[in-house]
Write a protein that binds this ligand. Structure first.
Ligand SMILES: Nc1ncnc2c1ncn2[C@@H]1O[C@H](COP(=O)(O)OP(=O)(O)OP(=O)(O)O)[C@@H](O)[C@H]1O
Length: 347
């Protein structure tokens, strides 16, 4: 809250959640630094559509300069949650505080601090990319030299400067999405919210979107990124909020989530012959083995630590099994949802 400050601090540059202190700017803050770095506080928000509770007492925070990944399967409540944060939907209960101001219905200064990239593209297909941006910029009250300057800056940021004169009708899905991101950045929001920005986008364009988002992160922007792909959220997010049936199941750093997984490493061993049930039971009984599955002649083994791979291989060798091939890998965070719910993130 603005009232939390003894003196409102000078603009403090942040990078990935850490304030970069200039002079004694940060010393002017009365309360502890944790409160000062919180940009968005989502506090027990709920929303029902008729009898269906889409969002059920969801809480999380976004620190300045941080990227929060909001992940959950289809229908988990992600879009409803970000819709309430943007003030597009009214929460039935709870409150949302952005930079000290409560987000409500109607136009407000607080909402101007948010840039929103919705799931459905919002572009005029037949206007040029630049004309689209000029239109959105004008809606935000930008004009003249400032509007032109911001259009050029955001086009460069999303790597579309050379396509400024072309219409989105001629763009790939990924390029349209990047133009949509550019439009959301025109008014220099403090928080950029992207709702599943890679849906319907090919892998190359997906990488171009990630490049854009990583450039924004390097500039100290704060992001909320919703997805049902764990590897996307893992790549981008400093903090991951897992949501299912409208409820928060976990709210942690990727590293902390990894620690919640029983298996930290995966070992795949291809044998000359299909392994017997007795062999599977033998592997399962070894120290550090969390899971064993058989796929044809390959054993897929979950390990509590990567260091347990060598004793498992030695044991198999000792049983007289010819090992044709083996490979180890870090376990995937994708498994955390399965671990928390017993279901897979995607059907
Ligand atoms: N306008 C609406 N009217 C009625 N029910 C809705 C409406 N919008 C969403 N829902 C329901 O609310 C729940 C949460 O939907 P929401 O779109 O927030 O989930 P999501 O996690 O964003 O899913 P997706 O990844 O499919 O977009 C779902 O059960 C959905 O069917």
């Amino acid at each position: 809250m603005a009232a939390s400050y003894l003196v409102r601090p000078q603009p403090v540059k942040v990078h990935r959640g850490l304030p970069i202190c200039h002079g004694n700017a940060i010393l002017q803050v009365k309360l502890n630094s944790t409160e000062v770095t919180v940009l968005l506080s989502v506090e027990q928000i709920s929303k029902s559509y008729g009898a269906r509770k889409a969002v059920d007492e969801v809480s999380f925070k976004v620190q300045r300069g941080q990227t929060v990944g909001l992940i959950g399967p289809n229908g988990a409540g992600k879009s409803t949650t970000v819709g309430m944060i943007c003030g597009l939907l009214r929460a039935d209960a709870g409150r949302i505080v952005l930079d000290g101001d409560v987000i409500g219905q109607g136009a407000s200064a607080a909402k101007r601090k948010i840039g929103f990239v919705p799931q459905d593209l919002a572009l005029y297909e037949d206007l040029s990319a630049l004309e689209n941006l000029k239109l959105f910029g004008a809606l935000y009250g930008l004009k003249g030299k400032q509007l032109k300057q911001r259009c050029d800056q955001v086009l460069a940021l999303v790597n579309l400067a050379d396509r400024a004169a072309d219409a989105p009708a001629t763009f790939s899905g990924g390029m349209k999405r990047r133009l949509n991101i550019a439009a959301a950045l025109l008014h220099e929001p403090q928080l950029l919210i992207l709702d599943e920005p890679t849906v319907g986008v090919d892998p190359q364009s997906r990488n171009a979107i990630f490049d854009t988002l990583e450039a924004l992160q390097a500039q100290g922007h704060s992001l909320i990124y919703t997805s049902h792909y764990m590897e996307e959220v893992e790549r981008l997010a400093d903090h991951i909020v897992i949501i299912d049936h409208g409820k928060v199941l976990a709210d942690e750093t990727p590293a902390a989530l990894y620690h919640r997984l029983p298996a930290q490493a995966a070992l795949a061993v291809e044998l000359a012959n299909e392994p017997s049930a007795a062999l599977l039971a033998g592997v399962q009984a070894l120290d550090g083995v969390t899971t064993v599955e058989r796929s044809g002649a390959t054993l897929n083994i979950g390990l509590a630590a990567a260091s347990q791979a060598a004793p498992v291989l030695a044991w198999l060798d000792g049983q007289g099994h010819a090992l044709l091939h083996f490979a180890t890998a870090r376990t995937s965070l994708e498994n955390i949802f399965l671990n928390l719910t017993g279901r897979s993130l995607r059907d």
